[in-house]
Each structure stands twice: as structure tokens, then as C-alpha cells.
Write a protein that binds this ligand. Structure first.
Ligand code: SAH
Length: 226
């Protein structure tokens, strides 16, 4: 990468982190955001935009989520260092990389096999060695690894899938965008012995979930590569 590009990226990165630190109070989350280079998780031709506070296309009709949304969602998971966390929607692998610095074990599932392969390659670094990437079939989540202390769904859904509440440990948190295809609410469900507690965390817009638990006319696989 040319020196000038590196300088521009580092300036953009500083600005983005300053912006995120106004929305996110959890120092551990901010520290993880500082430590994971987002430019390694976006397509090469979009690297100059890696620190714009925007979602960016990663192929197959999917996106790497907007940094502020990733930050808010990660904070909402209330992770402890000994937690096991499940992410639905590996995509680029960026959020999984952040989660790996905040939890003991990260299980992440992706519906589009080539995206899972690309994410695995990006996550093949010793510091991300606590991340497992799985290609998921029609059913949602990864029952083999349950129960989870936290679950993040990084694609929008019409409602909270019961299958995911079942994969949560007692005291576990599920963070998921739910609503219509055009607009969702970021929701946190905390599982307790007395039932589920729901917190609404604000409006958002994610790419749609695929497969089971998706909107009814959603195709079950991802789009074309480009
Ligand atoms: N967390 C990602 C954002 C990915 S966008 C990142 O940091 O880059 C959402 C991703 O969810 C897409 O890659 C999409 O293919 C995947 N996806 C959609 N439905 C899914 C399902 N049922 N199970 C697993 N992954 C799914």
C-alpha cells in the first residue's frame, strides 16, 4: 500500500474512532475497535473507504455492517472475557474479529459458503484463533456449540427466532434487528429463569436473514458474487 494511502487511512481511522467513542461508552469495545484493522475486511478496491461510517458491499448481495452499528451491537452483548458467543452472519469476518478480542470463544455461522471461506482466510491469525467459522444450512444458529452467553444476529429478521432463545444460556443476551425489511429495531433479549426481558435499542437497517426465520419471500441463498 502506498505511504500516502496509509496516512489517509490512519487519519480516517482516528476520526471514526473519535466518532464512535461518542456513541459507545464501553472501553473494552472501543479498544477492540482500535485493534482490528477494518481495511483488511473490505474488498481491495474499497479500502480507501474502510473508515467511512458506512456499510460496504462484500459480494453475494451482502455487506460489512456500518461501524457504528457493529459497535452498538457489540456493546449491547455485554460480553465478559470468559463468555462463549455465537454470531449469525459471518460476512466479512470483521465483527467476529472484534468479538474474538472480547470473549473466550466465538462461533460464527455463514450461509454463503464462499463468504465463509474468505472470512476464514482473514481470521487465520493467532489472535483470532478462538473463532470457529461454520457454513450453516437452513436452520438458524449452531446447536452443537450451545448454550451461548451471547448471540448476535447481523442480518434482519421479521421476528425473534425461538430457536435462538433456545440456544442461549440462562442470563444470556440475544441481540437482533427485527421488524420490516425496510426498517428494523435493534432488540436485546435477556433470558432469565422468569422469562425473556426485551430492550429496544434503536432503529437500524440490515441485509435480510436467509433461510429459516427469514421474511417469507426471501430467497434461501445469497445473491451473485459481484
Ligand atoms: N457480521 C458481518 C456482516 C454480514 S451481513 C460482518 O462483520 O461483515 C449478514 C451476513 O449474514 C451475510 O453474509 C449473509 O450471507 C449472512 N446470513 C444471512 N442469513 C444467514 C443465516 N440464516 N445464517 C448464517 N448467515 C446468514
Amino acid at each position: 500500500m502506498p505511504e500516502s494511502t496509509r496516512t489517509d487511512l490512519s487519519r480516517a481511522r482516528g476520526q471514526l474512532l473519535a466518532e464512535l467513542s461518542r456513541e459507545v461508552m464501553d472501553e473494552r469495545v472501543l479498544d477492540a475497535l482500535r485493534r482490528v484493522p477494518r481495511e483488511r475486511f473490505v474488498p481491495d478496491d474499497l479500502r480507501s473507504m474502510a473508515y467511512d461510517n458506512l456499510p460496504l458491499p462484500i459480494g453475494y448481495g451482502q455487506t460489512i455492517s456500518q461501524p457504528s452499528m457493529v459497535a452498538i451491537m457489540t456493546q449491547a452483548l455485554q460480553l465478559g472475557a470468559s463468555d462463549t458467543v455465537l454470531e449469525i452472519g459471518t460476512g466479512s469476518g470483521y465483527q467476529a474479529a472484534l468479538l474474538s478480542l472480547l470473549a473466550q470463544r466465538v462461533v460464527t455461522t455463514e450461509r454463503v459458503p464462499p463468504l465463509a471461506d474468505e472470512a476464514k482466510a482473514r481470521l487465520a491469525e493467532p489472535r483470532y484463533s478462538n473463532v470457529e467459522v461454520h457454513v450453516s444450512e437452513d436452520s438458524i444458529g449452531w446447536v452443537e456449540g450451545a448454550p451461548y452467553d451471547a448471540i448476535a444476529v447481523t442480518a434482519g429478521a421479521p421476528e425473534v427466532p425461538m430457536e435462538l432463545i433456545e440456544q442461549l444460556a440462562d442470563g444470556g443476551r440475544l441481540v437482533i434487528p427485527v421488524g420490516s425489511r425496510a426498517l428494523q429495531e435493534l432488540v436485546r433479549i435477556t433470558k432469565t429463569p422468569e422469562g425473556a426481558i426485551r430492550n429496544n435499542l434503536g432503529g437500524c437497517r440490515f441485509v435480510p436473514l436467509l433461510g429459516e426465520s427469514a421474511w417469507p419471500d426471501q430467497p434461501s441463498k445469497g445473491g451473485e458474487p459481484a
